[in-house]
Design a binder for this molecule. Structure first.
Ligand SMILES: Cc1cc2nc3c(=O)[nH]c(=O)nc-3n(C[C@H](O)[C@H](O)[C@H](O)COP(=O)(O)OP(=O)(O)OC[C@H]3O[C@@H](n4cnc5c(N)ncnc54)[C@H](O)[C@@H]3O)c2cc1C
Length: 330
């Protein structure tokens, strides 16, 4: 059984079949849509180039490989002793081997008024946000990382007035060197995006005149206008590993993700993890890490699928990731 039909889960299912697995394969997805690619959500979908998701695989691909795809099926817990998956309103599902490919969840903001903030992780959220991006709309993006800047890029192309608030002193500081951050900043500013660095949000206030994003007290000095009027506020403060199920499985060790070995094995016999949710030993960096990248999720999923069949090779790690900022690949 594979829980999570994102890039990693679908790749694992395919690798299992391609490498001789004859057992039934059940692929569970909490989402109701056929498994789709996430990268276009913040690019083509927000730009309005398309409304249709890019499917990871066509529907017939699953049937042709006897992969039983169960959509809208959220697992609640895992009993690792009895090898059972539990749901809220479905019978328990037994497994011989289990792959947790549950990905990541958006980090929700917690300041006062955070209920006004929208997020972008899934197809429904992408459609809802795309519908808001009309000329003249004031969009405030909280977070100047990859997703925040992709949202800003799409919104400015669609004629919105865009402000990015970044708490750090430079953009995309987790993944870029200061030199490249400076280039990314320049390109966004040239395109018309207003970027405030060292800007921490205190609260979001909704009142008769509209919605306002207010910067926190210590950040207020130095800004002429500390209150930003917003038609749409987008939270883009990163993701956290979706390891709820792993934490329910006795013996499964989690620390900022599900900790696995080079074959994707957790510390519980028969349970594996792959993709955004897994913390694995990366041979290039010599440390245990999670990667939130499309290339990695697909490669890792396929690798762990083969490992479930006994392939003992250690994952070599993905070394690249791609983002699109202001129509340029980064
Ligand atoms: C808007 C956006 C743009 C991106 N752009 C890029 C990019 O340009 N380049 C790049 O490299 N990466 C990009 N990424 C990141 C990339 O998409 C992810 O790293 C990748 O999708 C991770 O795949 P995954 O299979 O590990 O997890 P996910 O794609 O998160 O899939 C996990 C699935 O598991 C399901 N699930 C979770 N819990 C349960 C449960 N209990 N029961 C059943 N199902 C469950 C979830 O609903 C989800 O469908 C982007 C991500 C987003 C959101």
């Amino acid at each position: 059984v594979i829980i999570g039909a994102g890039e990693a889960g679908v790749a694992a299912a395919g690798a299992l079949r391609e490498n001789g697995c004859e057992s039934p394969i059940v692929l569970l997805s909490a989402e109701k849509h056929l498994p789709y690619e996430r990268p276009p959500l913040s690019k083509e979908l927000l730009l309005g180039v398309t409304q249709a998701p890019r499917l990871i695989r066509e529907e017939q691909w699953y049937a042709a490989r006897r992969i039983e795809l169960r959509l809208g099926c959220r697992a609640r817990a895992v009993d690792s002793q009895r090898r059972l998956i539990m749901f809220n309103s479905l019978p328990d599902l037994p497994y011989e081997q289990l792959l947790l490919a549950t990905g990541a969840a958006v980090r929700r903001l917690t300041f006062a008024g955070a209920g006004e903030v929208r997020y972008l992780r899934d197809l429904d959220e992408a459609h809802a946000l795309a519908a808001e991006l009309a000329p003249g709309k004031r969009i405030v993006v909280i977070g100047g990382g990859v997703i925040g800047l992709e949202v800003a890029s799409a919104a400015i192309v669609r004629g919105c007035q865009v402000t990015v608030l970044e708490a750090a002193d430079r953009l995309m500081s987790r993944v870029l060197t200061p030199e490249i951050s400076a280039i990314v900043l320049r390109r966004h500013v040239e395109a018309g995006v207003v970027v405030h660095l060292n800007a921490k949000v205190g609260q979001v206030v909704r009142e008769a005149g509209g919605t306002y994003v207010e910067l926190s007290d210590e950040m207020r000095l130095g800004f002429e206008d500390r209150r930003l009027k917003a038609d749409v506020v987008v939270g883009a403060a990163g993701v956290i590993p979706e390891d709820t199920l792993a934490r329910s499985a006795e013996g499964c060790f989690c620390e900022d993700g599900i900790v696995v070995d080079g074959c994707g094995r957790t510390r519980v016999a028969g349970i594996f993890a792959a993709g955004d949710v897994a913390r694995f030993p990366h041979p290039l960096f010599g440390s245990v890490m999670r990667l939130e990248s499309w290339q990695h999720a697909g490669r890792h999923g396929a690798h762990v699928g083969r490992a479930m069949l006994g392939d003992a090779a250690a994952y070599s790690g993905a070394t690249n990731t791609v983002s699109t900022c202001r129509s340029r690949a980064l």
